[in-house]
Design a protein around this ligand. Structure first.
Ligand SMILES: [Zn+2]
Length: 199
């Protein structure tokens, strides 16, 4: 049996996603082996991030002030809003350098079984933004999972009712770049066929 402070550290580290009991143990011993300054830098970083980071008042992305950097950036196109489930989904989209619009972070996906209903997500806030009149297109970039698809359909329907002139698009689910067709699963290939574009 380990001393209670060690056990507590292992328990807390083990609550992190993707960290099993063994890794938690290894990380705890690593931290204890480090100098006080090195180990406490991690504790300080957590404390600082939790104290300073909140949600953007416009798009609900993470922000270190009232508005995130995308909402503050006047060069971005306010007429196009990309809707994602979680703040971390913004990162891969930004990495493509293909999108110069704004974001809207829902805070999850609809899942009645898990008790996640429309009012638990920032859906009403999205409708309010679109009804403001400036928006031309909403790109639904929720995950290509059952809950992500259900969320996209729900929002598409809501937008059709409230703002029929706004274009609602969905990310084309394509084939992984560099992969041969023969290795694509039929769901992916089927979606790629349905979502085909003119060349
Ligand atoms: Zn924002």
């Amino acid at each position: 049996m380990q001393a209670p402070p060690i056990q507590r550290l292992v328990t807390e580290l083990g609550k992190l996603p993707g960290i099993g009991a063994r890794t938690a143990q290894r990380l705890a011993f690593h931290l204890l082996r480090e100098s006080d300054a090195e180990a406490l830098a991690l504790a300080d970083a957590i404390r600082e991030a939790k104290a300073q980071i909140g949600l953007c008042e416009v798009c609900f992305n993470l922000a270190d002030g009232p508005r995130c950097r995308f909402c503050q950036d006047t060069r971005r196109d306010s007429a196009v809003i990309c809707v994602v489930e979680e703040p971390q989904d913004v990162i891969p989209i930004e990495r493509t350098h293909e999108f110069r619009g704004r974001y809207h972070v829902l805070g999850g996906a609809l899942s009645p079984i898990d008790g996640v209903d429309p009012e638990d997500l920032k859906i009403a806030e999205l409708y309010a933004r679109v009804e403001g009149g400036e928006v031309r297109e909403v790109v639904l970039a929720t995950n290509p999972t059952t809950t992500g698809e259900a969320t996209a359909l729900h929002i598409a329907e809501g937008l059709r009712e409230r703002a029929p002139d706004v274009a609602v698009t969905r990310l084309a689910s394509g084939l992984p770049v560099g992969a041969d067709l023969e290795y694509a699963d039929e769901v992916t290939l089927g979606k790629a066929l349905v979502g085909r574009r003119a060349l």
